[in-house]
Design a protein around this ligand. Structure first.
Ligand code: NI
Length: 212
């Protein structure tokens, strides 16, 4: 089991960053290369963030039921909406089981994703019902990104360097939906190639296992 976890971490690390810019859709998705690493790092861990209602919370907020977790940001024109819509479609497909899991968006753009901004974003109609948005300080977001092996990089819209204090940028980031168990431990992940059906089948399978 430990060996499998290592391979999963390695393949997540091998994903290309998804370019969150509408005019560059070919950059989306996985790179197709799997980097074999001997790292033993697990997915998930401690964090402190603020949810879209303004409540400060920690990793304990994810305990008690399984969660689908996505890292993205509200200004993302293309990749994030696609993945969050996919989560929403999976929720619909799961029927009642879809209510037994939690849905979370963690921002990779805390400077622009204020509590107000993310509160508005999580209510978008095709996104999962009950989707919660988490934001925080730049430092807090770096901690949770590191825990989930998420990478992101700011890129100026004109392709140049991002000037300090500038809000004119996009963020390329990992495009992965994490499936975490009710115990807070990593179960599986879904890439841009996964369909809503893939997610629904896998989640139901896991929920049935925990019912026994
Ligand atoms: Ni995005």
């Amino acid at each position: 089991m430990k060996f499998i976890s290592k391979l999963i971490v390695a393949s997540i690390a091998g994903f290309a960053l998804a370019a969150c810019q509408a005019e560059d859709p070919n950059m989306a998705g996985v790179s197709g290369k799997t980097v074999i690493s001997t790292g033993t790092a697990a997915i998930g861990g401690e964090f402190t963030l603020t949810d879209h209602t303004g409540d400060v919370l920690t990793e304990e907020a994810l305990l008690g039921k399984p969660h689908l977790i996505y890292f993205g940001f509200a200004y993302c024109p293309d990749i994030c909406p696609t993945s969050l819509q996919k989560m929403g479609a999976a929720q619909q497909l799961m029927g009642r089981a879809g209510d037994d899991i939690g849905y979370v968006l963690i921002t990779v753009d805390p400077e622009r994703d204020t509590v107000e901004q993310i509160a508005q974003y999580v209510t978008a109609d095709p996104f999962p019902k009950g989707l919660r948005g988490f934001t925080g300080t730049v430092e807090q977001v770096e901690v949770v990104k590191a825990a989930y092996k998420v990478t992101s990089i700011k890129r100026a819209m004109d392709g140049g360097l991002v000037e300090p204090g500038s809000t004119d940028y996009t963020v390329d980031h990992s495009d992965i939906i994490y499936f975490m168990g009710a115990d807070g431990k990593f179960v599986d992940f879904f890439s841009s190639r996964s369909t809503p059906q893939d997610i629904a089948v896998r989640v139901r399978q896991e929920l049935m296992k925990s019912d026994k």
